[in-house]
Write a protein that binds this ligand. Structure first.
Ligand code: PLP
Length: 287
């Protein structure tokens, strides 16, 4: 396996950065998770735009143009003969002195990893998964925008730890007001009648690329697609609930905090949206 590291391709064992990297010391940096389907990168441009916007927001200069970064990702895929898999792109502030001031970090460390994806078991898509809501809250969006995919993922990690401690795979995070924000690394949708609802960015949700795709698909299928605040109660009494993300795609949720959703199996709408999403990733690749 070849890792892209600052302009070179190095074997996995040799892909190392300094312990003085501020990404390591302070979580100072940004990342993207991207999916490859049959050799085609799903919505690479959107992922890269998000990466550059995250970088701009934290005053981090990426020394490559978007076109150059596109080529770097493509070359990493080629070098690894990857057909279906996952790309992790990391841009950290780089090596510097101790201390929070990034002024001593002269060059960001840029890493691209292309790997075979450890997929969720196919069975989860057939049975759906139970989830819970946890105590860890989403950052206030006015303090730290959820659109910045920073290397500070501690609350997301705590959400996952809390979920695992409770014996489930994933959990929902609420925002400070108690409205539902998102999962640890996924967006959440509820379906009620013809309404397909997901929390707005202002609730603390990342505008996920899978989320955007599902909103487009939903609108094309005639759902009343909305970005609206909702509460745990709304989730409990929804007809259907599902999560979306680059890794998860469309994951049906069948139980939330012990409340059975619908009839306890993936719903017809969720299954339809998952099928349409899987058709879209193929269709997008044919363009
Ligand atoms: N929410 C968070 C906090 C994430 O890290 C991710 C993963 O990127 C998502 C949602 C889902 O976004 P996407 O569909 O772009 O992968």
């Amino acid at each position: 396996q070849w890792i892209y590291l600052n302009g070179k391709f190095v074997p996995k064992q040799e892909a190392k950065v300094s312990v003085y990297d501020h990404g390591y010391l302070y979580g100072d940096g940004i990342f993207e998770g991207i999916r490859v389907y049959s050799g085609n990168v799903f919505r690479l441009k959107e992922h890269l735009v998000r990466l550059y916007e995250s970088a701009k927001s934290i005053l981090l200069d990426i020394p490559y143009s978007l076109a150059e970064m596109t080529e770097i990702v493509a070359e990493t895929i080629r070098r690894n003969h990857l057909s279906d898999g996952y790309i992790r792109l990391v841009v950290s502030r780089g090596e510097g002195n101790l201390g929070l001031d990034p002024a001593s970090c002269l060059r960001p460390n840029i890493v691209v990893i292309a790997e075979q994806l450890a997929l969720f078991p196919a069975e989860y898509y057939k049975t759906g998964i139970p989830i819970i809501t946890v105590a860890t809250r989403r950052n206030r969006p006015d303090v730290l925008s959820p659109q910045v995919k920073s290397l500070n993922y501690l609350n997301n990690i705590l959400v996952r730890i809390e979920a695992k401690l409770a014996g489930v795979q994933e959990a929902l995070m609420l925002n400070e007001q108690g409205y539902v924000a998102e999962g640890s690394g996924d967006n959440v949708f509820i379906i009620k009648g013809n309404r397909l609802i997901t929390p707005p960015s202002s609730a603390g949700a990342l505008e996920g690329i899978t989320r955007n795709a599902i909103m487009e698909i939903g609108a094309a299928l005639g759902y009343d697609v909305r970005e609206e605040l909702f509460t745990r109660h709304d989730v409990y009494v929804a007809d259907e609930v599902f999560l979306t993300g680059t890794a998860a795609e469309v994951m049906p949720v069948t139980k939330v905090d012990g409340r059975v959703i619908g009839d306890g199996a993936p719903g017809v709408h969720t299954n339809r949206l998952l099928a349409e999403f899987r058709a879209l990733v193929v269709k997008d690749g044919e363009k």
